[in-house]
Design a protein around this ligand. Structure first.
Ligand code: SF4
Length: 511
């Protein structure tokens, strides 16, 4: 659909002889999935939503030639019925702060000049010519940036650990595996702003002493792969990758490695195994990848969203970045807002924004006027939070204390019609399927947990099964080898904590 809109717009511009004055460009994602496809006209910032290929003629003839807005394509405020011209006045965007997504929807990601025009590669130049690696690392540490892939480990500290290890060869890796169903944060950044990742990886290489970068990306993301390849080639042509970058003795190159979509390969040791051509299985840490990673060399792994923040931090300073967010979680977080919410899409909010603001302010509330029941944060192994958590400021620590987690940013909203026991079983289906099978608690325990849930939901369970369910979930949480297994019981435990009456109803019905 979008491709056809693009072609029709180009054709209408050509037919009307406007090629000299009007450029039609394809950008990355605007984030407002609910109202896509979106066409934005610059410089007046008119924001047209739910555009079809047939609308292209009207956009060109009415808007560009006659100067009249195409009203039927404008966003209508659902509360006031008022037509909104500029996206900055739409609630979905008004409450967001876009740092990692700053260029998505603004630039042509296949044109390095557009990235440069928005301060691209200045941070790399600044790091290489004005700062020592230690100074850059200190800036990242002072910013308070924590890993956006889910772990929340301080990014600067990770870089410092890798820097301190002496080795002839080191690697920096970008984790673009993004295995959470329904999550597309990393994909959108790579599709909309690939140069920010290239630039940040080079900065990381300078800081850690690595001359080689590897991007581990899902092969199911063909557009992201294509744009990343274009960005790498353009960066080489412009001298931002290769030898003697910015006239210094720093050399850095990036290669792409493809993942086959296994969820466990988002875990850094499994990811490294997969890149080495081995089975994607997690290993015990230590040693950590920063000491012994890819091919036994010190390897610094960060995820896409973490990298996307790096150039801005160097340009605007640690003080600016750390002024955003909460005491222990600085900056913003990108979420893929999905489920029974009116405005499904990709959003970025300051840490500390409440779930209520996200779901009702940005998300526009629950679909079809139904009642909010729960929100699952943190992907398939996150926890389900309820109405009592709506005013909880979102940050790493608050979500864990509430029985969930940040994860990489999946956020699925449920309404009054959703059965929470069925929901827990649904998520467990996924983790059972995705377990790498290396350790018994996850390989066998989750299967048994799943069987118990099947028994309960199919009307054969009793009250004792509920105790067994909780006990086994706790054992798996405490004994599984990697993050996948340790967090996989979260949906069961959090729904038992918050919706025990629904479990009781399932076993009561059987009596
Ligand atoms: Fe593999 Fe699961 Fe064990 Fe992780 S917890 S190592 S995914 S079996």
């Amino acid at each position: 659909q979008s491709e056809l809109i693009l072609q029709n717009l180009k054709e209408a511009v050509r037919q009307n002889g406007l090629q000299e004055s009007v450029q039609v460009i394809r950008t990355g994602c605007f984030g407002f999935c609910e109202k896509g496809p979106v066409v934005k006209l610059i410089p007046d910032n008119t924001f047209y939503v739910q555009v079809t290929p047939e609308d292209a003629d009207d956009i060109v003839n009415e808007h560009l030639i006659k100067g009249r807005k195409v009203e039927r394509l404008l966003y209508v405020n659902p509360e006031t019925n008022e037509l909104i011209l500029d996206s900055k006045h739409i609630n979905f965007y008004k409450k967001q702060l876009r740092i990692a997504l700053r260029n998505c929807g603004f630039i042509n990601p296949e044109n390095i000049d557009e990235y440069i025009a928005r301060d691209g590669y200045i941070a790399l130049g600044k790091a290489l010519t004005e700062m020592t690696p230690e100074e850059v690392i200190k800036e990242i540490m002072d910013s308070g940036l924590r890993g956006r892939g889910g772990g929340g480990f301080p990014t600067g500290l990770k870089w410092q650990i890798t820097r301190k290890v002496q080795a002839p060869q080191k690697y920096v890796v970008c984790n673009a595996d993004e295995g959470d169903p329904g999550a597309f944060m990393d994909r959108s950044i790579l599709e909309g702003d690939p140069h920010s990742i290239v630039e940040a990886m080079a900065i990381n290489g300078y800081c850690t002493g690595a001359s080689k970068g590897l991007v581990y990306i899902r092969a199911e993301y063909p557009l992201a792969v294509e744009r990343l390849k274009i960005a790498i080639d353009q960066a080489k042509d412009y001298g931002f990758l290769g030898d003697n970058i910015f006239g210094t003795d720093f050399s850095f190159d990036i290669q792409i490695r493809y993942g086959a979509g296994a969820f466990v390969c988002g875990e850094e040791t499994a990811l490294i195994h997969s890149m080495e051509g081995l089975r994607g299985e997690a290993t015990v840490k230590p040693p950590f990848p920063s000491e012994s990673g890819y091919k036994g060399c010190p390897t610094n792994v960060n995820n896409v969203e973490t990298y996307a923040n790096i150039p801005v931090i160097l340009l605007k300073g640690a003080k600016w970045f750390s002024s955003i967010g909460t005491e222990k979680s600085k900056g913003t977080k990108v979420f893929a807002l999905a489920g029974k919410v009116n405005n499904v899409g990709l959003i970025e909010v300051p840490m500390g924004t409440t779930l209520r603001e996200v779901i009702f302010g940005i998300g526009g509330g629950i679909k079809d006027g139904k009642k909010f029941k729960a929100v699952q944060t943190g992907g398939p192994s996150g926890g389900c939070l309820t109405e009592k958590h709506l005013d909880l400021p979102i940050d790493y620590d608050n979500l864990i204390a509430a029985g969930s987690m940040m994860g990489s940013g999946g956020m699925i909203v449920m309404d009054e019609d959703d059965c929470m026991v069925a929901m827990a079983k649904f998520y467990l289906d996924f983790t059972v399927e995705e377990s790498c099978g290396k350790c018994a608690p996850c390989r066998i325990g989750n299967k048994r947990l799943h069987e118990m849930l099947q028994k309960i939901t199919s009307g054969r369970g009793n009250i004792e099964d509920l105790d067994k369910l909780r006990n086994l979930a706790m054992v798996i949480k405490d004994t599984a080898l990697c993050g996948l297994g340790q967090t996989s019981p979260n949906p069961v435990l959090s729904t038992m904590d918050n919706f025990y009456d629904e479990y009781l109803a399932h076993v009561d019905e059987q009596r």
